[in-house]
Ligand binder design. Structure first.
Ligand code: VGL
Ligand code: ZN
Length: 238
């Protein structure tokens, strides 16, 4: 290659690295492979406007998730699926209010409003979610005394949901996580995907957070440290 062209390319690379060019001008679009899965976390009525534990603008993830699902060969959906009177509900603890914490045998538990009770309309998937090719719905948080933010491991950090075995036996290597809420079920799922030996990415604009006392910034910091990639839907959709 002539020196002038090489210089021009070097200059372009420097600009791109400095963030002076839109990243798509330089980096190729991410194409999920046959060994990648989109994990759509808890896009349920309880977590959107009008639900029992609404995440601000939670419903805005729906059209983004629908588009993303079209570019993945593998799609798995999760549902928060609590018993009535579940241990994660403030109402199950005398004198406690939602968003306070309590100590349980497995550690500190944030207490939530009653939400996502099994079989209720509140626990149903959002009606505009279009995931006809989803292969598995994994429900979690159904043990009365144990919460489960993560789609892989319950809050006792021991009880498996079965998702890791399912994905491994299907040859899946890379988990792209989206949905609700960024700083709870999405982050815990992405972190546990890494612990289970998968690659993991969170698709930021296909998520919305709750952000209790800095939990959103902490979740992103923890994920960065664990090697979870932070990507945008435009990286995948082009
Ligand atoms: C979730 C709080 C309680 C979530 C579930 O889906 O992020 N957050 N249960
Ligand atoms: Zn829950």
């Amino acid at each position: 290659m002539p020196a002038s062209r090489r210089d021009a390319l070097t200059a372009l690379a420097t600009l791109a690295a400095a963030g002076a060019l839109p990243s798509l001008a330089w980096s190729a679009r991410l194409k999920p492979g046959k060994d990648a899965v989109l994990i759509v976390v808890d896009v349920q009525n309880c977590f959107v406007t009008g639900g029992t534990l609404p995440v601000k603008n939670g419903e805005q993830v729906v059209p983004v998730v629908n588009k993303l699902a079209k570019v993945f060969d593998n799609v798995v959906v999760t549902q928060d699926w609590h018993t009535a009177g579940h241990v994660s509900f403030a109402s199950a603890h005398a004198g406690k209010k939602p968003f306070e914490t309590t100590k349980l045998n497995y550690g500190t538990q944030v207490l939530w409003p009653d939400h996502c009770v099994q079989g209720t309309a509140d626990a149903a998937l959002h009606k505009d979610l279009e995931l006809p090719r989803a292969q598995l719905v994994i429900r979690k948080g159904y043990h009365q005394g144990t919460d489960s933010y993560s789609a892989f491991l319950e809050a006792d950090r021991k009880t498996q949901t079965g998702l890791s075995g399912y994905l491994k036996s299907r040859g899946i290597k890379d988990c792209f996580v989206c949905g609700l809420a960024t700083d709870f079920c999405v982050a815990w799922t992405a972190l546990d995907a890494r612990k289970a030996g998968f690659q993991a990415a969170v698709i930021e604009d296909a998520c919305r957070g709750i952000d209790l006392q800095g939990s959103l910034a902490k979740a992103w910091a923890d994920m960065k440290k664990a090697g979870v990639r932070r990507v945008q839907s435009s990286d995948l959709l082009g």
